[in-house]
Design a protein around this ligand. Structure first.
Ligand SMILES: [Ca+2]
Ligand SMILES: [Ca+2]
Length: 261
């Protein structure tokens, strides 16, 4: 490799490292009581400690089934753990909304945490997407109140998932995006989480993975109702292509200089 190629690659790496150094996830959440209904306004603080106004469930996000910008449609699958078959499938996470007790069974993906340390959900966006925001929504209606609306998960992103689905394995390319825990608040209604980043983007990923844990209350099986991914598809240049482009520009500059001299 020539010196100029190393120089271009090093400069690009330094710029990337500088950007990564100031990147910090911003995790916000909100709890809405049943009296709000499914068309609730999420923009004001709710009823639990730490609640703030957030964006509500989206029907036009990248992952949503009705999003025409999607090439082949996002898919969601359970990689580790158990899902309660008495409830809806994972398409319920991409239909643009939340439901109340009447629509609970058919439009909610319920992770069964009995005897399980965690459950792992993976979303394949089919192509790399520059993600500005991730939102997740849960809901539950049990009369006296439950902890099943609380959310506790770690969100990862990758562009090189190859099937072994281990976010810890560096050869899978998984990057930790954010840690989420909305607390152990006990009530009936909905909880929403918004994840953004101080840089304006959470990164560019084709695959997202949630490692879901028990939130800290009895029978705290999470009842997920929506998983939004706000962003746009992008084309990622190959690193080698970037370096070659840099070499080409340096070479062009050299040619012009030699013509002047
Ligand atoms: Ca959606
Ligand atoms: Ca939904």
């Amino acid at each position: 490799m020539s010196i100029s190629k190393w120089t271009v690659c090093a400069a690009a790496s330094v710029a990337l490292i500088a950007e990564l150094a100031i990147a910090a996830p911003v995790v916000q959440w909100n709890h809405r009581p049943t009296g709000d209904g499914v068309g609730t306004d999420w923009s004001s603080a709710g009823v639990a400690p730490g609640d703030v106004g957030i964006g509500g469930p989206s029907g036009s996000d990248y992952a949503n089934t009705s999003n025409n910008n999607m090439a082949n449609g996002a898919t969601v699958a359970l990689v580790v753990g158990l899902v309660n078959s008495g409830f809806g499938g994972f398409d319920a996470l991409k239909d643009g909304g939340i439901v109340d007790s009447a629509g609970l069974n058919g439009n909610t993906a319920v992770l069964t945490m009995d005897g399980n340390a965690m459950a792992r959900l993976m979303m394949d966006l089919q192509q790399p997407v520059m993600i500005n925001e991730v939102r997740t929504f849960t809901g539950h209606f049990w009369g006296p109140g439950s902890g099943r609306v609380n959310q506790k998960y770690d969100l990862y992103g990758s562009n090189s998932f190859s099937g072994t689905s281990d976010p810890i394995a560096t050869n899978e390319g998984w990057t930790l995006i954010a840690n989420v825990h909305t607390g152990a608040f006990v009530f009936d209604g909905w909880a929403g989480v918004n994840i953004t980043d101080t840089t304006g983007t959470l990164g560019t990923y084709q695959y997202l993975m949630m490692d879901v844990f028990r939130a800290g209350t009895a029978n705290d099986h999470p009842f997920f109702m929506e998983w939004d991914v706000l962003g746009e598809a992008v084309v990622i240049p190959e690193p080698s292509g970037l370096c070659l482009l840099g070499i080409g520009l340096v070479g062009l500059m050299r040619v012009r200089r030699s013509k002047r001299s």
